[in-house]
Design a protein around this ligand. Structure first.
Ligand code: SF4
Length: 476
């Protein structure tokens, strides 16, 4: 009695969106390497995982809820064929249910068509209504199913025409891989908001959300897929098509701040090095008188290293993370104020007692977790806690595949920095500036999406009410 099961997101950080992977590996089984690729991309989504492969018999699909290791186990042998696509999901449009797990499979003029997708289609509700009016039925409520049907309902031609037709109609952020007739079609929106890279492996080709997945399967990085580009892989042959003109690039800055793995290289920049540079700039912009720099593990670690290097204040791993706390767990006492955060993080008292701590994290979204961590440090005896954030305040929702589709979810949309400081109970609070962020990334500001920081959306401002994760469920 008194215990309760807690499920779903229980931290208030940003959620990763999804990870995609595709492999054409002539003469060898694709599924084991697609699986390894998904394990490398697991940080991008833990709600569901799936793989589709193709051989002479047709398409083979397995997907389920949970981590890739939980979903597949012995099942890889049931996925024959030398070409495959895979997906790990966190839901940003469509609920976290099996019906929305990917790959999504739909009938097409060329046979069964499977698709995996990372991003968010801002015009999915309108496209879905059109497709429904044409007599199509939908199985789930994800925008990926809309994307699949857009390809499959192209008026005429071959799959290249089908993908072209879809790319000309869909809006928003997408990196996607289609598998049909044993051929891979990988494509990216005209702004290149979400990452997609191309690699080579023993006469085969790989596409993946991040380079860490290429490393995992032993592939050599070749290049980023270009904005608006479609890459077609048939056996060991590659052909490239520039389908959409690119008005500008708009790479998501939160891939650098938080989403991507530190060992990934995004647009030529290793994520760990960029985060370290963010910490160094933060130390210049928001200095603090303190005795030690402590990261919130693991999201704040690289930036905290940079802060410590620049400031000369010693770096300490004074918060220990329990890596075995899942998304579902039993909370023994529902009245424990700090229960969930305390279960995941524990301060090393000997390091913090009587000391002035700079606490470094990558972002504050709703603000509740930051306040709890500050309290944990104080209860462990910290004399002062100075919170430093290696991103600027998030004031605007994201419509491109991150689960902040309303300003109501964002503490910095409502409160200024001093009010947030009071809410989280820190002695001081400092954010990285937008200019400092651009400097640390090292790309031109015009090549970055910073819409959740400055309200300037690269694709125009989509209607807020249609952008949430359940936007398509009202039309079911
Ligand atoms: S709005 Fe923010 S989180 Fe969304 S794509 Fe742009 S920079 Fe990334």
């Amino acid at each position: 009695m008194g215990a309760r099961v807690v499920t779903g997101p229980w931290e208030d950080g940003l959620r990763e969106e999804c990870g995609v992977f595709g492999l054409s590996y002539p003469g060898r089984p694709a599924a084991p390497l697609v699986y390894l690729g998904l394990v490398a991309l697991q940080h991008r989504g833990q709600e569901s995982a799936g793989i589709a492969t193709a051989d002479a018999e047709g398409l083979h699909v397995h997907k389920g809820m949970g981590l890739a290791s939980q979903v597949f186990g012995e099942r890889l042998e049931a996925l024959p064929g030398s070409v495959g696509i895979g997906h790990v999901r966190y839901s940003t449009m469509g609920s976290a249910v099996l019906a929305n797990a990917q790959p999504v499979v739909v009938p097409s003029p060329w046979g069964l068509l499977a698709v995996v997708h990372n991003g968010n289609l801002t015009n999915a509700p309108q496209l879905r209504a059109e497709l429904v009016s044409q007599g199509l039925s939908f199985y789930g409520s994800s925008d990926t199913e809309v994307l699949a049907h857009c390809v499959a309902t192209a008026p005429a031609g071959d799959p290249v025409d089908g993908v072209r037709y879809a790319m000309e109609r869909i809006e928003g952020a997408y990196t996607a891989v289609v598998l049909v007739q044993g051929t891979l079609y990988a494509f990216r929106d005209a702004f290149a908001i979400r990452p997609l890279v191309l690699g080579q492996l023993d006469g085969g080709w790989v596409v993946a959300s991040e380079t860490c997945a290429l490393d995992q399967v032993g592939a050599r990085f070749v290049r980023d897929v270009e904005p608006g580009e479609l890459v077609v892989v048939r056996g060991g042959e590659l052909s490239c098509h520039q389908v959409l003109p690119s008005p500008r690039r708009a790479h998501c800055v939160f891939e650098y701040i938080y989403f991507a793995r530190p060992d990934t290289v995004l647009v030529g920049r290793t994520v760990h090095r960029v985060r370290r540079a963010m910490g160094r700039v933060l130390a210049v912009e928001q200095p603090a008188e303190a005795d030690l720099v402590v990261p919130v593990p693991d999201s704040g670690t690289s930036a905290a290293l940079g802060f410590a290097e620049q400031s000369g204040i010693p770096f300490e791993l004074a918060l220990v993370k329990n890596r075995y706390v899942g998304r579902t767990f039993i909370e023994p006492d529902p009245h424990r104020r700090e229960g969930r955060v305390q279960l995941k993080l524990n301060p090393i008292r000997e390091l913090v007692a009587g000391r002035r701590v700079v606490l470094v994290d990558d972002s504050i979204v709703r603000g509740t977790t930051s306040g709890k961590i500050v309290r944990l440090l104080r209860e462990a005896g910290a004399r002062q806690v100075h919170m430093r954030i290696s991103s600027p305040p998030i004031r605007w929702p994201c419509f491109y595949g991150v689960d902040t589709s309303s300003r109501r979810q964002l503490v910095a949309a409502e409160l200024d920095v001093e009010a947030i400081r009071q809410r989280i109970g820190a002695d001081s609070l400092g954010y990285l500036s937008q200019e400092g962020l651009v400097q640390a990334i090292g790309l031109a500001r015009e090549d970055l999406c910073m819409a959740c920081l400055d309200g300037r959306y690269p694709t125009g401002s989509p209607d807020e009410q249609h952008a949430g994760r359940t936007a398509l469920e009202v039309t079911l």
